[in-house]
Design a protein around this ligand. Structure first.
Ligand SMILES: Nc1ncnc2c1ncn2[C@@H]1O[C@H](COP(=O)(O)OP(=O)(O)O)[C@@H](O)[C@H]1O
Ligand SMILES: [Mg+2]
Length: 355
């Protein structure tokens, strides 16, 4: 073992500090060094791929990827290929492209829809024909949220409801709504609302399905989102803190993103013990359904409140993020040390397996 870990970043972007790195990157590097290992940051550029492969495969036992798939020069494919080659060369990936896609893609929800974590009527559309065929019927069951796969700022996340409340109350569930039905569409990026015709809106949404990793997830609207979204941040298996994100009040507002005006409160995991326990119990099922043996190194799971059953809140999973989860505003919590020890532990365990 070389006892050394490389951290991948890309150059530039609004997530960078004046030292050129993400604000939480050097704290991770320093914590790895403090633990008696070595860590170094390298930048990915497509034209450096061969040099990077040689350097990294010769000098490191594992990599930590701190790159947002939406911001990779030359697209994610070249970067992901490099990471895959590094795994094949014996490095421990934190995380591998497969793990990032399995956990981070929006259709993870669909893969979990047969568990208690996600409503069973959650669907994903991978081609525009199926979307146009199924969605008019899906909407007859009640308000829906359509989610695009790319981005993470609420852009392309649409709450869809019928304008005509009487129609909404009288429609027989399971009947396709006519394409000229007026719908109210609210986008999570800024909670703005547009009145549109169903058919025209579906045409507009085709852009989310077309292209690499395109898809639309169709999920029932959870009305208790107004009470807030509850985010658990985890380092490997350890829940570190909980953020309670309450959407701005009023109108059709439903977005828990900062930009849309949601208010964030940081809580200790113990303040949400029931949810934490539920999630810990569900983790083996999640690993089984999402197909990765390795849970991400730094990741988040976002929940919404569901129905009250037997006097108790239930929780519904809204999304998992694992590609580039930051903790820049929580550097005083010691998360970087936890990240360092978890990363080192994974490499040591891997080394034992391969002796
Ligand atoms: N099923 C739903 N019911 C109610 N609100 C939802 C639902 N799904 C998402 N939202 C709201 O939309 C926001 C953005 O959706 P999310 O799935 O987190 O996408 P993004 O990747 O853009 O963060 C969430 O933070 C939440 O406020
Ligand atoms: Mg989100």
């Amino acid at each position: 073992m070389k006892k050394s870990i490389v951290v991948f970043e890309v150059e530039g972007g609004s997530d960078k500090h004046f030292d050129g790195h993400r604000k939480d990157t050097m704290p991770i590097v320093n914590s790895i060094n403090d633990a008696g290992w070595q860590a170094e940051v390298v930048y990915y550029r497509p034209e450096w791929t061969e040099g990077l492969f040689e350097y990294v495969s010769e000098n490191f036992d594992g990599y930590i990827s701190r790159v947002n798939p939406g911001n990779i020069p030359g697209g994610e494919r070249g970067y992901f290929d490099l990471l895959t080659r590094l795994s094949e060369a014996g490095l421990v990936g934190m995380s591998t492209p497969e793990e990032m896609m399995a956990y981070g893609a929006k259709d993870a929800l669909v893969k979990l829809s047969q568990t208690d974590l996600v409503p069973s009527d959650t669907e994903a559309y991978y081609d525009v024909e199926t979307f146009h065929k199924v969605f008019p019927t899906s909407l007859s069951f009640g308000e829906r949220v359509l989610k695009q796969n790319r981005g993470s700022t609420g852009s392309g996340i649409w709450r869809v409801q019928l304008v005509d409340k009487e129609l909404a109350a009288s429609i027989e569930p399971g009947t396709a709504l006519p394409l000229d039905t007026e719908i109210k569409c609210t986008e999570a990026v800024d909670n703005h609302t547009e009145v549109r015709k169903l058919g025209e809106f579906m045409d507009f949404c085709d852009q989310y399905i077309i292209g690499d990793n395109g898809m639309l997830v169709d999920m029932r609207f959870m009305p208790r989102i107004v009470e807030g979204e509850i985010r658990i941040l985890l380092v490997g298996p350890h829940p570190v803190f909980v953020v309670h994100k309450k959407p701005a009040e009023g109108g059709d507002n439903f977005s828990a993103t900062l930009f849309s005006g949601a208010k964030y409160t940081y809580d200790k995991p113990e303040q949400w013990q029931e949810l934490i326990d539920l999630f810990a119990d569900a983790r083996p099922v999640i690993a089984e359904k999402l197909g990765g043996d390795n849970i991400p190194l730094i990741w988040t799971a976002d929940f919404m409140l569901g129905d009250v059953v037997d006097g108790k809140d239930t929780y519904v999973l809204g999304e998992i993020n694992c590609s580039c989860v930051g903790f820049t505003s929580e550097l005083d919590m010691g998360i970087q040390q936890l990240v360092a020890s978890e990363a080192i532990k994974r490499i040591e365990e891997f080394a034992q397996l391969t002796v």
